[in-house]
Design a protein around this ligand. Structure first.
Ligand code: ADP
Length: 619
Protein backbone atom coordinates (compact mmCIF):
# COMPACT_ATOMS: atom_id res chain seq x y z
CA UNK A 1 0.00 0.00 0.00
CA UNK A 2 1.17 3.50 -0.81
CA UNK A 3 0.73 6.41 1.53
CA UNK A 4 -1.02 9.60 0.57
CA UNK A 5 1.05 12.77 0.66
CA UNK A 6 0.58 14.63 3.96
CA UNK A 7 -1.76 17.19 2.48
CA UNK A 8 -3.99 14.72 0.69
CA UNK A 9 -4.15 12.72 3.87
CA UNK A 10 -5.34 15.72 5.82
CA UNK A 11 -8.02 16.48 3.28
CA UNK A 12 -9.14 12.86 3.23
CA UNK A 13 -9.28 12.78 7.01
CA UNK A 14 -11.43 15.84 6.83
CA UNK A 15 -13.79 14.24 4.34
CA UNK A 16 -14.05 10.99 6.24
CA UNK A 17 -14.82 12.69 9.52
CA UNK A 18 -16.76 15.44 7.90
CA UNK A 19 -19.67 16.98 9.70
CA UNK A 20 -20.48 18.78 6.46
CA UNK A 21 -24.24 18.83 6.29
CA UNK A 22 -24.46 18.75 2.56
CA UNK A 23 -22.94 15.32 1.98
CA UNK A 24 -25.20 14.60 -0.96
CA UNK A 25 -23.13 16.84 -3.20
CA UNK A 26 -20.60 14.02 -3.61
CA UNK A 27 -22.73 12.70 -6.47
CA UNK A 28 -22.70 15.93 -8.42
CA UNK A 29 -18.90 16.07 -8.01
CA UNK A 30 -18.41 12.56 -9.34
CA UNK A 31 -20.85 13.14 -12.20
CA UNK A 32 -19.14 16.35 -13.17
CA UNK A 33 -15.82 14.47 -13.31
CA UNK A 34 -17.48 11.94 -15.65
CA UNK A 35 -18.79 14.75 -17.81
CA UNK A 36 -15.35 16.39 -17.99
CA UNK A 37 -13.83 13.06 -18.97
CA UNK A 38 -16.41 12.57 -21.72
CA UNK A 39 -15.81 16.13 -22.92
CA UNK A 40 -12.15 15.25 -23.33
CA UNK A 41 -12.84 12.09 -25.29
CA UNK A 42 -15.45 13.80 -27.39
CA UNK A 43 -12.94 16.48 -28.22
CA UNK A 44 -10.52 13.79 -29.39
CA UNK A 45 -13.25 12.25 -31.51
CA UNK A 46 -13.36 15.38 -33.64
CA UNK A 47 -10.05 14.44 -35.18
CA UNK A 48 -10.03 10.72 -34.39
CA UNK A 49 -13.26 9.05 -35.44
CA UNK A 50 -12.40 5.94 -33.41
CA UNK A 51 -12.74 7.92 -30.19
CA UNK A 52 -16.43 8.49 -30.82
CA UNK A 53 -18.86 6.47 -28.74
CA UNK A 54 -22.37 6.54 -27.49
CA UNK A 55 -21.41 8.79 -24.60
CA UNK A 56 -23.26 8.36 -21.36
CA UNK A 57 -22.97 8.15 -17.59
CA UNK A 58 -24.46 5.15 -15.82
CA UNK A 59 -25.32 5.00 -12.16
CA UNK A 60 -26.44 1.89 -10.38
CA UNK A 61 -27.03 0.71 -6.84
CA UNK A 62 -26.56 -2.66 -5.24
CA UNK A 63 -28.39 -2.34 -1.95
CA UNK A 64 -27.41 -5.70 -0.60
CA UNK A 65 -23.70 -5.10 -0.91
CA UNK A 66 -24.05 -1.36 -0.18
CA UNK A 67 -22.46 -0.39 -3.49
CA UNK A 68 -23.08 2.72 -5.56
CA UNK A 69 -21.44 2.66 -8.98
CA UNK A 70 -20.84 5.61 -11.28
CA UNK A 71 -19.57 4.77 -14.71
CA UNK A 72 -18.58 6.77 -17.76
CA UNK A 73 -17.12 6.10 -21.18
CA UNK A 74 -14.91 9.19 -21.16
CA UNK A 75 -11.17 9.54 -21.65
CA UNK A 76 -10.28 7.28 -18.69
CA UNK A 77 -7.02 7.27 -16.77
CA UNK A 78 -3.71 5.47 -16.98
CA UNK A 79 -2.02 4.27 -13.80
CA UNK A 80 0.12 7.41 -13.91
CA UNK A 81 -2.99 9.59 -14.19
CA UNK A 82 -4.42 7.81 -11.17
CA UNK A 83 -1.26 8.47 -9.24
CA UNK A 84 -1.28 12.12 -10.20
CA UNK A 85 -5.00 12.91 -10.12
CA UNK A 86 -6.47 10.75 -7.40
CA UNK A 87 -3.61 10.44 -4.97
CA UNK A 88 -2.42 14.00 -4.56
CA UNK A 89 -4.18 17.29 -4.15
CA UNK A 90 -3.72 19.48 -7.16
CA UNK A 91 -3.81 22.74 -5.27
CA UNK A 92 -0.86 21.90 -3.14
CA UNK A 93 0.07 24.42 -0.49
CA UNK A 94 -3.45 25.57 0.15
CA UNK A 95 -4.05 23.15 2.96
CA UNK A 96 -0.91 24.23 4.75
CA UNK A 97 -2.13 27.75 4.42
CA UNK A 98 -5.43 26.86 5.99
CA UNK A 99 -4.04 24.84 8.87
CA UNK A 100 -5.60 27.10 11.40
CA UNK A 101 -8.95 26.83 9.73
CA UNK A 102 -11.34 25.28 12.21
CA UNK A 103 -14.44 25.42 10.12
CA UNK A 104 -14.89 22.20 8.22
CA UNK A 105 -17.60 23.48 6.03
CA UNK A 106 -15.56 26.40 4.75
CA UNK A 107 -12.47 24.37 4.22
CA UNK A 108 -14.27 21.73 2.21
CA UNK A 109 -15.77 24.45 0.09
CA UNK A 110 -12.49 26.24 -0.47
CA UNK A 111 -11.07 23.16 -2.08
CA UNK A 112 -13.76 22.53 -4.51
CA UNK A 113 -14.61 19.21 -2.93
CA UNK A 114 -13.96 17.07 -5.97
CA UNK A 115 -13.27 13.38 -6.04
CA UNK A 116 -12.38 13.07 -2.35
CA UNK A 117 -15.94 14.03 -1.42
CA UNK A 118 -16.76 10.37 -2.14
CA UNK A 119 -15.24 9.68 1.27
CA UNK A 120 -17.97 11.69 2.96
CA UNK A 121 -20.39 8.86 2.21
CA UNK A 122 -18.17 5.86 1.47
CA UNK A 123 -15.81 3.94 3.69
CA UNK A 124 -13.96 2.58 0.69
CA UNK A 125 -13.67 3.60 -2.93
CA UNK A 126 -12.58 1.67 -6.02
CA UNK A 127 -11.81 3.32 -9.33
CA UNK A 128 -11.40 1.09 -12.36
CA UNK A 129 -10.26 2.97 -15.41
CA UNK A 130 -8.87 2.44 -18.86
CA UNK A 131 -7.44 5.39 -20.72
CA UNK A 132 -8.57 5.94 -24.28
CA UNK A 133 -5.92 4.51 -26.61
CA UNK A 134 -4.50 2.14 -24.02
CA UNK A 135 -5.21 -1.57 -23.81
CA UNK A 136 -4.52 -1.76 -20.10
CA UNK A 137 -6.92 -1.00 -17.29
CA UNK A 138 -6.03 -0.21 -13.67
CA UNK A 139 -7.77 -0.28 -10.37
CA UNK A 140 -7.25 2.29 -7.64
CA UNK A 141 -8.42 1.25 -4.20
CA UNK A 142 -8.52 3.16 -0.96
CA UNK A 143 -10.26 2.68 2.33
CA UNK A 144 -9.35 6.10 3.60
CA UNK A 145 -6.47 8.06 4.94
CA UNK A 146 -4.07 5.12 5.44
CA UNK A 147 -3.25 4.87 1.79
CA UNK A 148 -4.14 3.54 -1.62
CA UNK A 149 -3.23 0.79 -4.04
CA UNK A 150 -3.04 0.73 -7.81
CA UNK A 151 -3.05 -2.61 -9.60
CA UNK A 152 -3.75 -3.91 -13.07
CA UNK A 153 -7.35 -4.68 -13.78
CA UNK A 154 -9.71 -5.23 -16.70
CA UNK A 155 -12.25 -3.05 -18.46
CA UNK A 156 -13.87 -3.68 -21.84
CA UNK A 157 -13.64 -0.14 -23.22
CA UNK A 158 -12.05 3.17 -22.31
CA UNK A 159 -13.73 4.97 -19.44
CA UNK A 160 -13.97 4.99 -15.68
CA UNK A 161 -16.00 3.15 -13.08
CA UNK A 162 -16.12 4.56 -9.57
CA UNK A 163 -17.48 2.15 -6.98
CA UNK A 164 -18.40 3.47 -3.54
CA UNK A 165 -18.94 1.23 -0.58
CA UNK A 166 -21.53 3.27 1.28
CA UNK A 167 -21.06 3.82 5.04
CA UNK A 168 -23.43 2.37 7.62
CA UNK A 169 -26.01 4.76 9.10
CA UNK A 170 -24.94 6.70 12.14
CA UNK A 171 -26.39 9.42 14.35
CA UNK A 172 -25.48 12.15 11.90
CA UNK A 173 -26.58 10.71 8.64
CA UNK A 174 -28.80 8.09 7.11
CA UNK A 175 -26.37 6.84 4.47
CA UNK A 176 -28.87 4.18 3.36
CA UNK A 177 -30.57 6.91 1.38
CA UNK A 178 -27.73 6.87 -1.12
CA UNK A 179 -28.68 3.31 -1.98
CA UNK A 180 -32.27 4.24 -2.84
CA UNK A 181 -33.07 4.53 -6.54
CA UNK A 182 -35.54 7.37 -6.00
CA UNK A 183 -32.95 9.38 -4.05
CA UNK A 184 -30.33 8.94 -6.74
CA UNK A 185 -32.71 10.18 -9.47
CA UNK A 186 -33.67 13.09 -7.25
CA UNK A 187 -30.03 14.08 -6.74
CA UNK A 188 -29.29 13.83 -10.45
CA UNK A 189 -32.20 16.11 -11.27
CA UNK A 190 -31.34 18.51 -8.52
CA UNK A 191 -27.65 18.97 -9.18
CA UNK A 192 -26.78 17.58 -12.57
CA UNK A 193 -29.76 18.21 -14.78
CA UNK A 194 -27.81 20.40 -17.22
CA UNK A 195 -25.04 17.82 -17.80
CA UNK A 196 -24.91 17.42 -21.55
CA UNK A 197 -24.60 13.64 -21.60
CA UNK A 198 -27.37 11.27 -20.64
CA UNK A 199 -27.15 10.15 -17.02
CA UNK A 200 -28.94 6.82 -16.83
CA UNK A 201 -30.09 5.09 -13.73
CA UNK A 202 -32.82 2.74 -12.52
CA UNK A 203 -36.01 4.69 -12.03
CA UNK A 204 -38.92 3.07 -10.28
CA UNK A 205 -42.13 3.95 -12.11
CA UNK A 206 -45.68 3.00 -11.42
CA UNK A 207 -47.31 1.46 -14.48
CA UNK A 208 -50.56 -0.16 -15.39
CA UNK A 209 -50.20 -3.91 -15.29
CA UNK A 210 -49.86 -5.66 -18.65
CA UNK A 211 -53.12 -7.50 -18.11
CA UNK A 212 -54.76 -4.15 -17.29
CA UNK A 213 -55.59 -5.22 -13.78
CA UNK A 214 -54.24 -2.60 -11.34
CA UNK A 215 -50.80 -0.99 -11.13
CA UNK A 216 -47.30 -2.21 -10.51
CA UNK A 217 -43.95 -0.59 -9.88
CA UNK A 218 -41.40 -1.41 -12.52
CA UNK A 219 -37.84 -0.30 -12.62
CA UNK A 220 -36.57 1.21 -15.84
CA UNK A 221 -33.03 2.11 -16.65
CA UNK A 222 -33.40 5.50 -18.25
CA UNK A 223 -32.05 8.99 -18.73
CA UNK A 224 -32.91 11.26 -15.83
CA UNK A 225 -31.39 14.62 -16.77
CA UNK A 226 -32.81 17.08 -19.28
CA UNK A 227 -29.38 17.58 -20.90
CA UNK A 228 -30.07 21.14 -21.91
CA UNK A 229 -27.17 23.31 -20.88
CA UNK A 230 -28.46 25.77 -18.34
CA UNK A 231 -27.29 28.75 -20.39
CA UNK A 232 -29.41 27.59 -23.30
CA UNK A 233 -32.59 27.43 -21.28
CA UNK A 234 -34.87 30.47 -21.44
CA UNK A 235 -33.86 32.83 -18.64
CA UNK A 236 -37.32 33.01 -17.08
CA UNK A 237 -37.52 29.22 -16.84
CA UNK A 238 -34.51 28.79 -14.60
CA UNK A 239 -34.74 29.43 -10.87
CA UNK A 240 -32.03 31.31 -9.01
CA UNK A 241 -31.25 28.16 -7.00
CA UNK A 242 -30.58 26.28 -10.20
CA UNK A 243 -28.04 28.86 -11.30
CA UNK A 244 -26.52 28.76 -7.84
CA UNK A 245 -26.25 24.97 -7.93
CA UNK A 246 -24.79 25.09 -11.40
CA UNK A 247 -22.23 27.64 -10.26
CA UNK A 248 -21.17 25.80 -7.12
CA UNK A 249 -20.92 22.49 -8.97
CA UNK A 250 -19.09 23.82 -11.99
CA UNK A 251 -16.71 26.22 -10.32
CA UNK A 252 -16.22 24.33 -7.09
CA UNK A 253 -17.24 27.18 -4.85
CA UNK A 254 -18.99 26.60 -1.57
CA UNK A 255 -20.87 29.87 -1.62
CA UNK A 256 -23.50 30.85 -4.15
CA UNK A 257 -22.40 33.67 -6.44
CA UNK A 258 -23.20 37.31 -5.68
CA UNK A 259 -24.77 37.71 -9.06
CA UNK A 260 -25.00 36.18 -12.48
CA UNK A 261 -24.65 38.06 -15.73
CA UNK A 262 -26.13 36.88 -19.00
CA UNK A 263 -25.28 38.18 -22.39
CA UNK A 264 -25.62 37.17 -25.94
CA UNK A 265 -24.52 38.71 -29.15
CA UNK A 266 -25.81 38.12 -32.62
CA UNK A 267 -23.76 39.41 -35.47
CA UNK A 268 -20.50 38.68 -37.19
CA UNK A 269 -19.68 36.50 -34.19
CA UNK A 270 -22.52 35.25 -32.06
CA UNK A 271 -22.25 33.86 -28.57
CA UNK A 272 -24.07 33.15 -25.33
CA UNK A 273 -22.45 33.76 -22.03
CA UNK A 274 -23.25 33.03 -18.44
CA UNK A 275 -20.97 34.79 -15.99
CA UNK A 276 -20.82 34.83 -12.24
CA UNK A 277 -19.43 37.23 -9.68
CA UNK A 278 -18.18 35.07 -6.81
CA UNK A 279 -19.12 36.06 -3.27
CA UNK A 280 -15.65 35.48 -1.93
CA UNK A 281 -12.23 35.45 -3.47
CA UNK A 282 -10.74 31.94 -3.49
CA UNK A 283 -7.76 31.60 -1.17
CA UNK A 284 -5.30 31.39 -4.02
CA UNK A 285 -6.75 34.49 -5.69
CA UNK A 286 -3.89 36.80 -4.91
CA UNK A 287 -1.20 34.18 -5.48
CA UNK A 288 0.38 33.25 -8.75
CA UNK A 289 -1.41 29.89 -8.58
CA UNK A 290 -4.63 31.62 -9.55
CA UNK A 291 -5.50 31.24 -13.19
CA UNK A 292 -8.17 33.43 -14.64
CA UNK A 293 -10.28 32.41 -17.61
CA UNK A 294 -13.71 31.40 -18.78
CA UNK A 295 -14.85 28.00 -19.98
CA UNK A 296 -15.13 28.01 -23.73
CA UNK A 297 -17.77 25.97 -25.53
CA UNK A 298 -18.40 25.56 -29.19
CA UNK A 299 -22.09 25.02 -29.51
CA UNK A 300 -22.38 23.12 -26.26
CA UNK A 301 -19.12 21.18 -26.52
CA UNK A 302 -16.43 22.31 -24.14
CA UNK A 303 -13.22 23.10 -25.96
CA UNK A 304 -11.27 24.82 -23.25
CA UNK A 305 -11.44 24.71 -19.47
CA UNK A 306 -9.97 28.15 -18.85
CA UNK A 307 -9.67 30.46 -21.79
CA UNK A 308 -7.46 33.24 -20.57
CA UNK A 309 -7.92 35.49 -23.60
CA UNK A 310 -11.60 35.98 -22.95
CA UNK A 311 -11.23 38.17 -19.92
CA UNK A 312 -8.84 40.98 -18.98
CA UNK A 313 -6.71 40.59 -15.85
CA UNK A 314 -8.61 43.16 -13.85
CA UNK A 315 -11.83 41.16 -14.30
CA UNK A 316 -10.01 37.87 -13.68
CA UNK A 317 -12.15 37.13 -10.62
CA UNK A 318 -15.22 36.61 -12.81
CA UNK A 319 -16.11 33.02 -13.55
CA UNK A 320 -18.32 31.61 -16.19
CA UNK A 321 -18.53 30.35 -19.71
CA UNK A 322 -18.86 31.44 -23.26
CA UNK A 323 -20.58 29.31 -25.86
CA UNK A 324 -20.21 30.27 -29.48
CA UNK A 325 -21.30 28.29 -32.50
CA UNK A 326 -18.93 30.30 -34.65
CA UNK A 327 -15.77 28.82 -33.25
CA UNK A 328 -14.34 25.92 -35.11
CA UNK A 329 -14.26 22.88 -32.86
CA UNK A 330 -10.93 21.40 -33.77
CA UNK A 331 -9.12 24.65 -33.53
CA UNK A 332 -5.80 24.23 -31.77
CA UNK A 333 -5.03 26.17 -28.65
CA UNK A 334 -2.18 28.04 -30.36
CA UNK A 335 -4.44 29.22 -33.15
CA UNK A 336 -7.12 30.10 -30.64
CA UNK A 337 -4.80 32.64 -29.06
CA UNK A 338 -4.72 34.62 -32.27
CA UNK A 339 -8.30 34.03 -33.14
CA UNK A 340 -10.08 37.16 -34.26
CA UNK A 341 -13.50 35.89 -33.28
CA UNK A 342 -12.21 35.28 -29.80
CA UNK A 343 -10.90 38.84 -29.60
CA UNK A 344 -14.27 40.17 -30.77
CA UNK A 345 -15.99 38.18 -28.04
CA UNK A 346 -13.51 39.38 -25.42
CA UNK A 347 -14.03 43.03 -26.33
CA UNK A 348 -17.78 42.69 -26.25
CA UNK A 349 -17.70 40.78 -22.95
CA UNK A 350 -15.60 43.44 -21.26
CA UNK A 351 -18.06 46.11 -22.38
CA UNK A 352 -20.97 44.04 -21.18
CA UNK A 353 -19.45 43.47 -17.76
CA UNK A 354 -18.62 47.14 -17.28
CA UNK A 355 -22.10 48.20 -18.28
CA UNK A 356 -23.55 45.61 -15.91
CA UNK A 357 -21.39 47.01 -13.10
CA UNK A 358 -22.63 50.51 -13.85
CA UNK A 359 -26.21 49.29 -13.71
CA UNK A 360 -25.55 47.68 -10.35
CA UNK A 361 -24.07 50.91 -9.04
CA UNK A 362 -27.09 52.87 -10.15
CA UNK A 363 -29.63 50.44 -8.76
CA UNK A 364 -30.70 50.85 -5.18
CA UNK A 365 -31.22 47.12 -4.78
CA UNK A 366 -27.97 46.01 -6.32
CA UNK A 367 -25.70 48.72 -5.01
CA UNK A 368 -24.99 46.72 -1.85
CA UNK A 369 -23.99 43.73 -3.96
CA UNK A 370 -21.61 45.92 -5.90
CA UNK A 371 -20.08 47.24 -2.71
CA UNK A 372 -19.67 43.70 -1.42
CA UNK A 373 -17.98 42.77 -4.66
CA UNK A 374 -15.74 45.82 -4.37
CA UNK A 375 -14.72 44.83 -0.86
CA UNK A 376 -13.53 41.51 -2.27
CA UNK A 377 -12.25 42.46 -5.70
CA UNK A 378 -11.97 46.27 -5.73
CA UNK A 379 -8.19 46.09 -5.72
CA UNK A 380 -8.29 44.22 -9.04
CA UNK A 381 -10.41 46.92 -10.63
CA UNK A 382 -8.08 49.58 -9.29
CA UNK A 383 -5.10 47.68 -10.67
CA UNK A 384 -6.87 47.70 -14.00
CA UNK A 385 -7.08 51.48 -13.93
CA UNK A 386 -3.45 51.83 -12.89
CA UNK A 387 -1.73 49.29 -15.13
CA UNK A 388 0.00 50.20 -18.36
CA UNK A 389 0.17 53.87 -17.44
CA UNK A 390 -3.57 54.10 -17.10
CA UNK A 391 -4.34 52.74 -20.56
CA UNK A 392 -7.76 51.60 -19.37
CA UNK A 393 -8.48 54.40 -16.93
CA UNK A 394 -11.30 55.91 -18.95
CA UNK A 395 -13.06 52.58 -19.15
CA UNK A 396 -12.68 51.87 -15.47
CA UNK A 397 -12.96 55.24 -13.71
CA UNK A 398 -16.75 55.07 -13.45
CA UNK A 399 -16.83 51.69 -11.78
CA UNK A 400 -14.38 52.64 -9.03
CA UNK A 401 -15.77 53.51 -5.64
CA UNK A 402 -14.01 55.12 -2.71
CA UNK A 403 -14.87 55.65 0.91
CA UNK A 404 -15.64 59.24 1.70
CA UNK A 405 -15.69 61.51 4.73
CA UNK A 406 -19.44 61.64 4.12
CA UNK A 407 -20.24 58.97 6.70
CA UNK A 408 -17.41 56.72 5.45
CA UNK A 409 -19.80 55.52 2.76
CA UNK A 410 -18.71 54.39 -0.66
CA UNK A 411 -19.04 56.93 -3.43
CA UNK A 412 -18.40 56.93 -7.16
CA UNK A 413 -16.40 59.82 -8.51
CA UNK A 414 -19.39 61.14 -10.40
CA UNK A 415 -21.47 61.17 -7.22
CA UNK A 416 -18.68 63.05 -5.46
CA UNK A 417 -18.49 65.66 -8.20
CA UNK A 418 -22.26 66.18 -8.06
CA UNK A 419 -21.99 66.93 -4.34
CA UNK A 420 -19.10 69.38 -4.69
CA UNK A 421 -19.69 72.74 -2.99
CA UNK A 422 -19.85 76.03 -4.85
CA UNK A 423 -16.36 77.31 -5.28
CA UNK A 424 -14.78 73.91 -4.58
CA UNK A 425 -12.07 73.47 -7.14
CA UNK A 426 -10.69 70.02 -6.41
CA UNK A 427 -11.65 66.46 -5.61
CA UNK A 428 -9.92 66.06 -2.27
CA UNK A 429 -8.34 62.88 -1.03
CA UNK A 430 -6.33 61.84 1.99
CA UNK A 431 -4.44 58.62 2.57
CA UNK A 432 -3.79 56.58 5.67
CA UNK A 433 -4.51 53.31 7.38
CA UNK A 434 -7.80 53.98 9.04
CA UNK A 435 -10.51 56.51 8.40
CA UNK A 436 -10.62 58.13 11.81
CA UNK A 437 -6.89 58.62 11.82
CA UNK A 438 -7.00 60.13 8.32
CA UNK A 439 -9.72 62.57 9.30
CA UNK A 440 -7.70 63.74 12.27
CA UNK A 441 -4.70 64.65 10.17
CA UNK A 442 -4.18 68.43 10.52
CA UNK A 443 -4.42 69.14 6.78
CA UNK A 444 -7.49 66.94 6.42
CA UNK A 445 -9.20 68.70 9.28
CA UNK A 446 -8.64 72.02 7.54
CA UNK A 447 -10.35 70.83 4.35
CA UNK A 448 -13.21 69.19 6.25
CA UNK A 449 -13.79 72.38 8.22
CA UNK A 450 -14.44 74.14 4.94
CA UNK A 451 -17.32 71.71 4.45
CA UNK A 452 -15.57 69.90 1.62
CA UNK A 453 -15.84 66.14 1.27
CA UNK A 454 -12.64 64.10 1.32
CA UNK A 455 -12.06 60.68 -0.22
CA UNK A 456 -10.49 58.47 2.42
CA UNK A 457 -7.97 56.20 0.80
CA UNK A 458 -6.76 53.25 2.78
CA UNK A 459 -5.73 50.79 0.09
CA UNK A 460 -2.08 50.91 -0.74
CA UNK A 461 -2.76 51.18 -4.42
CA UNK A 462 -5.28 54.03 -4.07
CA UNK A 463 -2.94 56.95 -4.37
CA UNK A 464 -1.20 55.44 -7.37
CA UNK A 465 -4.58 55.10 -9.05
CA UNK A 466 -5.49 58.70 -8.25
CA UNK A 467 -2.20 59.91 -9.71
CA UNK A 468 -2.89 58.01 -12.91
CA UNK A 469 -6.46 59.27 -13.16
CA UNK A 470 -5.27 62.89 -12.63
CA UNK A 471 -8.76 64.30 -12.87
CA UNK A 472 -12.39 63.35 -13.16
CA UNK A 473 -14.92 65.40 -15.10
CA UNK A 474 -12.22 68.07 -15.47
CA UNK A 475 -11.90 68.35 -11.70
CA UNK A 476 -8.35 67.71 -10.59
CA UNK A 477 -7.58 65.43 -7.68
CA UNK A 478 -5.85 67.13 -4.80
CA UNK A 479 -4.23 65.63 -1.76
CA UNK A 480 -5.23 67.46 1.39
CA UNK A 481 -1.52 67.42 2.21
CA UNK A 482 -0.61 69.61 -0.79
CA UNK A 483 0.40 73.09 0.23
CA UNK A 484 -2.06 74.67 -2.18
CA UNK A 485 -4.90 72.33 -1.22
CA UNK A 486 -7.01 75.24 -0.04
CA UNK A 487 -7.07 78.68 -1.61
CA UNK A 488 -5.48 81.29 0.63
CA UNK A 489 -6.63 84.88 0.73
CA UNK A 490 -4.16 87.41 -0.66
CA UNK A 491 -4.09 89.13 2.68
CA UNK A 492 -3.22 85.92 4.55
CA UNK A 493 -0.61 85.08 1.97
CA UNK A 494 1.02 88.48 2.36
CA UNK A 495 1.06 88.05 6.12
CA UNK A 496 2.77 84.67 5.87
CA UNK A 497 5.32 86.01 3.37
CA UNK A 498 6.16 88.85 5.69
CA UNK A 499 6.45 86.60 8.70
CA UNK A 500 8.58 84.14 6.75
CA UNK A 501 11.01 86.99 6.02
CA UNK A 502 10.93 88.07 9.66
CA UNK A 503 11.62 84.56 11.00
CA UNK A 504 13.97 83.50 8.23
CA UNK A 505 16.86 82.89 10.60
CA UNK A 506 14.74 80.88 13.05
CA UNK A 507 13.29 78.70 10.30
CA UNK A 508 16.83 78.06 9.04
CA UNK A 509 17.96 77.11 12.53
CA UNK A 510 15.06 74.64 12.92
CA UNK A 511 15.94 73.07 9.59
CA UNK A 512 19.59 72.69 10.64
CA UNK A 513 18.51 71.17 13.97
CA UNK A 514 16.60 68.49 12.05
CA UNK A 515 19.82 67.44 10.33
CA UNK A 516 18.63 66.70 6.81
CA UNK A 517 15.29 65.14 7.74
CA UNK A 518 13.44 67.92 5.95
CA UNK A 519 14.08 69.78 2.75
CA UNK A 520 12.61 72.95 4.11
CA UNK A 521 10.93 74.50 7.14
CA UNK A 522 8.26 77.03 6.26
CA UNK A 523 5.34 78.89 7.71
CA UNK A 524 1.81 78.06 6.71
CA UNK A 525 -1.57 79.70 7.06
CA UNK A 526 -3.61 76.55 6.67
CA UNK A 527 -3.31 75.15 10.19
CA UNK A 528 -5.66 76.22 12.93
CA UNK A 529 -5.50 73.94 15.97
CA UNK A 530 -2.23 72.27 15.14
CA UNK A 531 1.24 73.67 15.58
CA UNK A 532 2.90 71.80 12.74
CA UNK A 533 2.42 69.38 9.91
CA UNK A 534 4.52 67.56 7.37
CA UNK A 535 3.99 68.19 3.68
CA UNK A 536 5.67 66.51 0.77
CA UNK A 537 7.11 68.41 -2.17
CA UNK A 538 7.56 66.52 -5.40
CA UNK A 539 5.90 63.39 -6.81
CA UNK A 540 6.37 60.96 -3.93
CA UNK A 541 3.87 61.61 -1.15
CA UNK A 542 4.21 60.46 2.44
CA UNK A 543 1.75 57.67 1.85
CA UNK A 544 3.62 56.49 -1.22
CA UNK A 545 6.84 56.50 0.78
CA UNK A 546 5.19 54.08 3.23
CA UNK A 547 4.06 51.78 0.44
CA UNK A 548 7.38 51.88 -1.37
CA UNK A 549 9.26 51.15 1.85
CA UNK A 550 7.41 47.84 2.21
CA UNK A 551 7.97 46.77 -1.36
CA UNK A 552 10.71 44.25 -1.99
CA UNK A 553 12.59 46.38 -4.51
CA UNK A 554 16.05 45.48 -3.37
CA UNK A 555 17.58 48.96 -3.38
CA UNK A 556 16.70 51.87 -1.12
CA UNK A 557 13.09 52.96 -1.63
CA UNK A 558 12.21 56.42 -2.92
CA UNK A 559 11.48 58.88 -0.12
CA UNK A 560 9.15 61.84 0.00
CA UNK A 561 10.80 65.27 0.09
CA UNK A 562 9.48 66.37 3.44
CA UNK A 563 8.71 69.90 4.47
CA UNK A 564 7.95 70.87 8.06
CA UNK A 565 5.19 73.46 8.06
CA UNK A 566 4.72 75.59 11.16
CA UNK A 567 1.69 77.55 12.26
CA UNK A 568 2.95 81.06 13.23
CA UNK A 569 -0.28 81.78 15.14
CA UNK A 570 0.11 78.81 17.47
CA UNK A 571 1.37 79.19 21.07
CA UNK A 572 4.07 76.61 20.34
CA UNK A 573 5.54 78.91 17.71
CA UNK A 574 6.15 81.64 20.25
CA UNK A 575 7.89 79.10 22.51
CA UNK A 576 10.10 78.29 19.57
CA UNK A 577 10.88 81.99 19.14
CA UNK A 578 11.78 82.25 22.83
CA UNK A 579 14.23 79.39 22.47
CA UNK A 580 16.04 80.81 19.47
CA UNK A 581 19.23 81.60 21.39
CA UNK A 582 19.35 78.30 23.27
CA UNK A 583 20.71 75.85 20.73
CA UNK A 584 19.92 72.70 22.71
CA UNK A 585 16.38 73.78 23.53
CA UNK A 586 15.69 74.77 19.93
CA UNK A 587 16.93 71.41 18.72
CA UNK A 588 14.75 69.59 21.29
CA UNK A 589 11.66 71.57 20.27
CA UNK A 590 12.35 71.07 16.58
CA UNK A 591 12.70 67.32 17.03
CA UNK A 592 9.49 66.98 19.06
CA UNK A 593 7.57 69.10 16.57
CA UNK A 594 8.84 67.04 13.67
CA UNK A 595 8.19 63.69 15.34
CA UNK A 596 4.69 64.59 16.49
CA UNK A 597 3.83 65.92 13.04
CA UNK A 598 5.07 62.64 11.54
CA UNK A 599 2.89 60.68 13.98
CA UNK A 600 -0.19 62.72 13.01
CA UNK A 601 0.44 61.67 9.43
CA UNK A 602 0.52 58.04 10.48
CA UNK A 603 4.24 57.82 9.70
CA UNK A 604 6.78 55.96 11.77
CA UNK A 605 9.33 57.94 13.71
CA UNK A 606 12.93 56.89 13.52
CA UNK A 607 13.77 56.46 17.18
CA UNK A 608 10.74 55.98 19.42
CA UNK A 609 12.78 55.58 22.61
CA UNK A 610 14.71 58.80 22.02
CA UNK A 611 11.42 60.56 21.29
CA UNK A 612 9.88 59.34 24.55
CA UNK A 613 12.95 60.41 26.51
CA UNK A 614 12.85 63.84 24.92
CA UNK A 615 9.17 64.42 25.68
CA UNK A 616 9.77 63.43 29.31
CA UNK A 617 12.76 65.75 29.52
CA UNK A 618 10.65 68.66 28.28
CA UNK A 619 7.88 67.93 30.77
P1 ADP B 1 -11.16 18.42 -10.30
O1 ADP B 1 -12.28 17.74 -11.00
O2 ADP B 1 -11.53 19.69 -9.66
O3 ADP B 1 -9.90 18.51 -11.11
P2 ADP B 1 -11.21 16.06 -8.63
O4 ADP B 1 -10.61 15.77 -7.30
O5 ADP B 1 -12.69 15.92 -8.72
O6 ADP B 1 -10.74 17.51 -9.04
O7 ADP B 1 -10.57 15.11 -9.70
C1 ADP B 1 -9.19 15.05 -9.86
C2 ADP B 1 -8.80 14.60 -11.24
O8 ADP B 1 -9.01 13.19 -11.39
C3 ADP B 1 -9.58 15.20 -12.38
O9 ADP B 1 -9.07 16.47 -12.73
C4 ADP B 1 -9.38 14.17 -13.48
O10 ADP B 1 -8.13 14.37 -14.12
C5 ADP B 1 -9.31 12.88 -12.71
N1 ADP B 1 -10.61 12.21 -12.75
C6 ADP B 1 -11.55 12.18 -11.77
N2 ADP B 1 -12.63 11.47 -12.15
C7 ADP B 1 -12.39 11.05 -13.42
C8 ADP B 1 -13.14 10.28 -14.39
N3 ADP B 1 -14.35 9.84 -14.13
N4 ADP B 1 -12.54 10.06 -15.58
C9 ADP B 1 -11.31 10.53 -15.86
N5 ADP B 1 -10.58 11.25 -15.00
C10 ADP B 1 -11.10 11.52 -13.79
Amino acid sequence: MKEFKAESKRLLDLMINSIYTNKEIFLRELISNCSDAIDKRRFLSLTDAKAAADFCINISVDKENRLLTIEDNGCGMTDEDMEKNLSTIAKSGTLEFKKEHKNDENLIGQFGVGFYSAFMVADSVNVISRAYGSDKAFKWTSAGAEGYEIEESARADAGTTVILHIKENDDDCRYDEFLEAYKISELIKKYSDYIRYPIKTDVPTTKKKQDGDGYETVTEHKTVNSMTPIWKKPKGKVKKEEYDDFYTATFHDYMPPLKQIFASLEGSVSYNTLLFIPSKAPIEYTSKDYKKGLKLYSDGVMIMEKCDELIPDYLGFIRGLVDSGDLSLNISREILQHNRQLKTIAVSLEKKIISEFKKMLASEKERVLYEKMFDEFGVSLKMGAYENFGEKKDTIKDILIFRSSDGHKYTTLSEYVKRMKDGQEFIYYACGDDFEQIEKMPQCEAVLEKGYEVLLLSDRIDEFVIKVLESYDSKKFKSVADKDALPVSEEKEKEVTEKSEQYKELLGAVKDALKGKVKEVRLTSRLKNHAACIAADGYVSLEMEKVLKDMPTGGPAAKAEKVLELNPDHAVFSRLCDAKDDKQKLSDYATVLYDTAMLSEGMEIEDAAAFAALVQKLI
